[in-house]
Design a protein around this ligand. Structure first.
Ligand code: AMP
Ligand code: TRP
Length: 328
């Protein structure tokens, strides 16, 4: 079984990225062959400072290693270092339709914030590159947060369409979201997703202990005093229960049972303790990896391993569509 996922090096990673995606990648290492990459080409789809892109890419490589990914088991690489991603995207974009791309909620959300003359073509074509990322490795499972499911479903449709026309060429992937933590909400406004671009409601993976505690203690809560999971009427408390359960790897009912009878303040303190206990050692591992620069060799080895697999798929697709390929 092949498993693949990636994270865009835009902005600082949040607790949402961690609980919805990053933390779980290592769990797949004993289930199959895992490919985890840094989606740096995707990061260019929105305006980004070059220094920021560079530093964020390096940071994500360190975060991958700090999260427990073992480069002996998992191929860790930069999307841009395997040119097959861009090459396959150039072919696959012809089998995805404008109407489909226009329906993508990520495109709708992100483009709403820009005016027409500053929306790059790459933002619209984002799913074509993402489809290429996924099918290049004959991926079966794509672990992602809930917001990326639509993109993976589009890949599913594309694979069906492509195979229908050319035969059994591409493998059909399936998105896999976490039972708890697939959608962590903003601490300041629990009706919206915690996202890198919303500093008020975020916990960043780089926040120090004091900041983490302060942000959780001042998270927006709801009226009443019961610690109960009820997204509709208690979105703030539900989000904090989700954060606790996802951090501790327990279910929501288990978290509810634990905090029965707690006051909001004591409950928040316990959530803050749990997050601090998880993130502080993670930050220490990150710092060590950043300093010893071990991520550089990991990325080079990863590139070489990924390229071997990706090249085979690209060749197969090129041949299928009728491109005159010159090597085997
Ligand atoms: P991105 O930052 O958009 O590259 O996202 C990286 C991964 O984190 C993807 O799998 C997302 O679905 C996931 N993710 C992003 N924000 C959240 C969130 N608020 N809750 C859970 N997962 C998230
Ligand atoms: N679009 C994903 C995100 O924003 C990142 C990504 C790019 C990805 N290519 C992918 C995730 C392929 C999974 C598989 O989170």
């Amino acid at each position: 079984m092949r498993i693949l996922s990636g994270i865009k090096p835009t902005g600082q990673l949040t607790l949402g990225n961690y609980l919805g995606a990053l933390k779980h990648f290592k769990d797949y290492q004993n289930q199959g062959e895992v490919f985890i990459f840094i989606a740096d080409l995707h990061a260019l789809t929105l305006p980004i400072d070059s220094k920021e892109l560079n530093e964020n890419s390096r940071d994500i490589a360190c975060y991958y290693l700090a999260s427990g990914l073992d480069p002996k088991k998992t191929t860790i690489f930069l999307q841009s270092s395997v040119s097959e991603h861009a090459e396959l995207s150039a072919i696959l974009q012809n089998y995805i339709y404008m109407g489909e791309l226009k329906r993508m909620t990520q495109f709708k959300d992100k483009s709403k914030k820009l005016n027409d003359s500053s929306i790059g073509l790459g933002l619209f074509a984002y799913p074509a590159l993402m489809n290429a990322d996924i099918v290049l490795y004959n991926t079966d499972i794509v672990p992602v947060g809930e917001d990326q499911m639509q993109h993976v479903e589009l890949t599913h449709d594309l694979v069906k369409r492509f195979n229908h026309r050319y035969g059994d060429i591409l493998v059909n992937p399936k998105a896999q979201v976490q039972k708890v933590g697939a959608r962590i909400m903003s601490l300041s406004d629990p009706s919206v997703k915690m996202s890198k671009s919303d500093p008020k409601g975020d916990i960043f993976l780089k926040d120090d202990e004091k900041t983490i505690r302060k942000k959780i203690m001042s998270a927006k809560t709801d009226s009443g005093s019961e610690i109960k999971f009820d997204k509709e009427n208690k979105p703030g408390i539900s989000n904090l229960l989700t954060i606790y359960a996802a951090t501790k790897d327990i279910t929501i009912p288990e978290a509810e049972a634990k905090f029965q009878g707690y006051r909001y303040g004591d409950f928040k303190k316990a959530v803050a303790d749990a997050v601090v206990e998880e993130l502080i050692p993670f930050q220490q591992r990150y710092k060590q990896i950043l300093e010893d620069k071990s991520y550089l060799k990991v990325l080079k080895d990863g590139r070489d391993k990924a390229k071997k697999v990706a090249h085979q798929t690209l060749l197969k697709v090129q041949k299928a569509v009728g491109i005159l390929t010159l090597d085997e």
